[in-house]
Design a protein around this ligand. Structure first.
Ligand code: FES
Ligand code: MG
Length: 574
């Protein structure tokens, strides 16, 4: 590949021209206290930073951005930090998923409208990772992802606490009186005790791992705990590396190939990753026009074993995973199942990146001969209840429900469920199938992480902790249980889920990949004919744009106008 020259750079149009506009760009850069030596002949590196005072997972990014800049300066680039909207999983309502495409658009437009030659993408909290990658893929200038990294292990009364998972677990114990209010407060104080993302195998750890395997972040970067000094050095190294990537013209489209996506999906399976990865990786691949669909996930899930023993499905946390060798160690166990010729941001192949990796703790990262399970955790279901697919995390469910038939207990929406779930008169048995409607991309809106539908109190009091549950929602990666998710099309737009009634029999067959509503086609058609579509939720603003353009879960929930490889025109400079 021919190396770029200064004249080839996008930023040369802003800084290098002998015209009045370039005078403006130079004088305004001098206004900020920079000297000509700071930018002359150098690539401009945009540091897209999702730091925010309301995002606890990215607290360290203010400092890390300085460390990225140090690396950029060292390698002869000109760093420019561009703050972007932070999608803070704990705080943003109704759900960060509603804003993933907004950050993706912002990333694309920031990179397009400013003189960026290369991009450092700083994210990690759930949706920030796919959003940044989607925008960078569409803009297709050299880009490197700096993962926020997991927070340290939680700690309470000598027990290790994991994000999310232990919240749900102890909340249930508090409800039935097994722990005290004081215990609950102490758990609050011990469960999140450093900067960084959730340290269980939630969406954050899943997506950071998926992106490293995709080749878009430095080898070994994704599992470094956020407060570890190694994390600072990784940030600086990413800054140095992006400058070279600009000269090498190593672009997302060179790295994010179909084979690289297969590597990424295999990684999600081997990690026992979050179901959310399905929606995000489909959306990311869609930005490159690659045919990655639900069936690809199911096929890869059948051949890739689950190796990482990490909560909620396993025992350990991401900090342990890092000490056990991190992602290169896990990938090293999977070599024969990977496209090792895929190029990564390192400029080398994935195979070269992981050549010297080893597993240092075989309990945390299982060897191939001793997997957690022979298959990956995610299964794609189809049937008359989900013609375009639904997903289930089979490794996080009670195996007794793998094949199950039971009567539906239907809730029209979240408020209906909240109002009636714990009613002692609710007609529900441990065999019932709980159904929640209006929780999809349009109905939620934003496909909230409600998919781990709560178990009715009446059933909890029987000592039962799992039931079959079905919705068009997503589920937090830190959740668990027999939860059928992402039902497509969703109920809001008239998918069959909309027509389920109390008492209808539902059949789940995970091995058979089947989800069936035992109601005749004629009856379903009659129910559909009598159905009135719900009233639109938004008349103005981003909500209205969202409602006009959001696609269904099986398409990745991207906006229709952002999908595909249509050219992203360079701005005219007047
Ligand atoms: Fe940010 Fe979980 S809340 S990663
Ligand atoms: Mg989450």
């Amino acid at each position: 590949m021919a190396r770029k020259t200064y004249e080839d750079l996008r930023s040369a149009r802003w800084y290098g021209a002998a015209d009045l506009r370039a005078f403006g760009h130079r004088s305004r850069t001098l206004q900020m206290g920079y000297s000509r030596e700071d930018w002359n002949g150098k690539p401009v590196i945009a540091i897209v930073n999702t730091w925010s005072e309301i995002n606890p997972c990215h607290t360290h990014f203010r400092q890390r951005a300085e460390e990225v800049k140090r690396g950029v300066w060292q390698a002869g680039g000109f760093p420019v930090e561009l703050p972007a909207i932070s999608l803070s999983e704990p705080f943003q309502k109704p759900t960060t998923m509603m804003y993933r495409n907004l950050l993706a658009m912002e990333t694309e437009e920031l990179l397009r409208s400013y003189p960026a030659d290369g991009a450092v993408l700083m994210g990690g909290c759930d949706k920030t990772t796919p959003a940044l990658l989607m925008g960078a893929a569409s803009m297709n200038i050299p880009s490197i992802f700096v993962p926020a990294g997991p927070m340290l292990r939680g700690n309470w009364h000598g027990k290790t606490l994991g994000s999310g998972s232990d919240t749900w677990k102890y909340w249930a114990e508090l409800k039935v009186g097994n722990i005290s209010e004081r215990d609950w407060e102490e758990i609050e104080e011990g469960i999140a005790r450093s900067p960084g993302t959730c340290m269980t195998m939630g969406t954050a750890a899943t997506m950071m791992s998926a992106v490293e395997a995709l080749g878009m972040s430095l080898p070994g970067s994704s599992a470094i705990p956020a407060p570890d000094s190694n994390h600072s050095r990784m940030a600086a190294l990413s800054g140095r590396r992006i400058v070279d990537m600009v000269w090498e013209d190593l672009k997302p489209s060179d790295i994010m190939t179909e084979g690289a996506f297969e590597n990424s999906i295999s990684t999600v399976m081997a990690m026992g990753g979050s179901t959310n990865a399905i929606v995000h990786l489909i959306a990311m691949a869609g930005r490159l026009g690659l045919p990655i669909d639900l069936d690809r996930f199911d096929a890869i899930s059948r051949r890739v074993p689950w190796l990482a023993d990490i909560r909620p499905s396993g025992r350990w946390l991401m900090e342990d995973f890092f000490y056990a060798g991190g992602l290169p160690a896990l990938l090293g166990e999977l070599k024969d199942l990977l496209h090792t010729d895929a190029v990564t941001v390192s400029g080398k192949t994935l195979g070269e990146d992981i050549a010297n990796a080893d597993v240092y703790n075989e309990e945390v990262i299982r060897r191939r001969a001793n997997p957690m399970s022979k298959q990956g955790g995610l299964a794609v279901l189809r049937g008359n209840l989900a013609p375009n697919g639904a997903v289930i995390k089979q490794t996080a469910m009670d195996p007794k429900f793998m094949k199950h038939r039971g009567p539906a207990v239907v809730f029209a929406d979240y408020n209906d469920m909240a109002a009636r779930l714990d009613d002692p008169n609710l007609e529900v048995t441990p065999d019932s199938v709980i159904v929640l409607k209006h929780a999809g991309p349009q109905g939620g809106p934003g496909m909230p992480e409600w998919g781990m539908l709560p178990i009715p109190k009446k059933i909890l009091e029987m000592g039962i902790r799992d039931m079959v549950r079905i919705s068009d929602a997503r589920m937090s990666g830190t959740s668990y249980g027999t939860c059928v998710l992402h039902v497509a099309p969703e109920s809001w737009v008239g998918g069959p889920l909309a027509f389920v009634q109390d008492g209808d029999m539902i059949e789940l067959d995970v091995d058979g990949r089947r989800l069936h509503l035992d109601v005749s086609d004629e009856d379903l058609a009659a129910r559909k004919a009598a159905w009135t579509p719900p009233q639109r939720k938004f008349e103005r603003g981003f909500g209205a744009i969202y409602a006009d353009h959001i696609t269904q879960a099986d398409k990745g929930c991207d906006f229709d106008v952002l999908m595909g490889t249509m050219a992203t025109p360079e701005p005219e400079i007047h």
